[in-house]
Design a protein around this ligand. Structure first.
Ligand code: SF4
Length: 331
């Protein structure tokens, strides 16, 4: 069966919009059946076993099936930045990232485009992609759609945002998020198998799951429930990554940063539940926020651009399919 038939009456995610994306209709995610990509970069800000020495090859997919009030990538998730790429061009972007030294190909927020991305990854592997493929998602996804990635994705990086329906309704536009995300992360644990590394020091992940959680200011009970869930369901099989980089973004979202007292409580809870993984240093500023209207959406310390939807004359082609930034030419 051609899995892309599933765009014709789209029920790829829990929104179940039922629109015909092949005919150009759009559901909640805002995307037709055409795969659109905004940018691809070597990103050095991911967790150490994912960023490795050279950075993770992040590919930013346009559109999103969740609706977070605090989305830091709103230019691509909601405002439509990006351009259509063919399956061949997507494969070429993956290969260009590998060529530039990416430790992995890190597909960011691709749930609504899973069938096309599965085909793209398969095409990239057929053309010589050997680095691990990583699925970096909101976890608002169905198990049967995730199953399309079986054998194609090596590492899952879901952000388990909350297990509290009221928080999910208020900030994610998805009151069923807690049940959906719990099932999705369990499915990922089964698909990815055990954590494995290329190096004994654990600095190069080859397979496994890293469960992220972005802490919302004033909603620490929600975070405690996620840590507890992880300790009961995933400890020993996955790593946990506590993210405290929340930055006030919009009128519907909390309008402050995590404070020092909340941060201290969070670290105590990590200790109390004995979860293994990572936590961020508290750094309440907006300097790191991406701007996808720039050629390099991040700072040059954080990322090196490899492909951009709006590539201009500063680019050269490494093959017929993809434009790649010349060394040292960053926007
Ligand atoms: S993938 Fe998009 S169109 Fe399809 S069900 Fe989800 S939000 Fe709706």
């Amino acid at each position: 069966m051609n899995e892309e038939k599933r765009y014709e009456d789209c029920r790829l995610c829990p929104r179940r919009c039922g629109v015909n994306r092949v005919r150009g209709e759009k559901g909640f995610c805002g995307e037709t059946a055409s795969l659109r990509i905004a940018a691809a970069v070597l990103h050095r800000g991911e967790e150490p076993p994912i960023a490795g020495e050279n950075g993770s090859g992040a590919v930013f997919v346009s559109g999103c099936n969740l609706g977070c009030a605090f989305c830091q990538n709103f230019q691509i998730s909601r405002q439509g930045l990006g351009r259509v790429v063919s399956i061949d061009e997507f494969a070429a972007i993956c290969l260009a990232l590998q060529e530039k030294g990416a430790e992995n190909v890190n597909i960011v927020t691709g749930t609504h485009a899973t069938p096309a991305l599965a085909r793209g990854v398969a095409a990239a592997k057929a053309r010589g992609l050997t680095v691990p493929v990583l699925w970096n998602s909101s976890a608002y996804e169905d198990e049967d759609t995730l199953a399309l990635l079986q054998g194609l994705v090596d590492i899952f990086l879901p952000d388990m945002k909350t297990l509290d329906a009221e928080t999910a309704r208020a900030f994610l536009n998805a009151p069923d998020y807690p049940e959906v995300a719990s099932r999705a992360v369990l499915a990922m644990l089964n698909m990815a198998g055990n954590l494995s590394y290329a190096r004994e020091d654990g600095e190069k992940m080859l397979s496994g799951v890293v469960v992220r959680h972005l802490v919302l200011p004033g909603r620490l009970d929600s975070t405690r429930a996620v840590i507890e869930w992880f300790a009961e369901n995933a400890e020993g099989r996955a790593l946990f990554s506590l993210m405290t980089q929340y930055t006030p973004m919009g009128p519907r979202a909390p309008n402050r940063y995590i404070n020092a007292s909340e941060y201290e409580t969070l670290l105590k809870w990590l200790d109390e539940f004995g979860v293994r993984g990572y936590y961020q240093e508290l750094s309440p500023d907006a300097d790191w926020l991406p701007d996808f209207s720039r050629f390099n959406p991040f700072s040059s310390e954080l990322s090196t651009p490899v492909w951009n939807a709006y590539a201009g004359s500063a680019l050269h082609k490494i093959n017929d399919d993809v434009a790649v930034v010349q060394e040292g030419t960053q926007g």
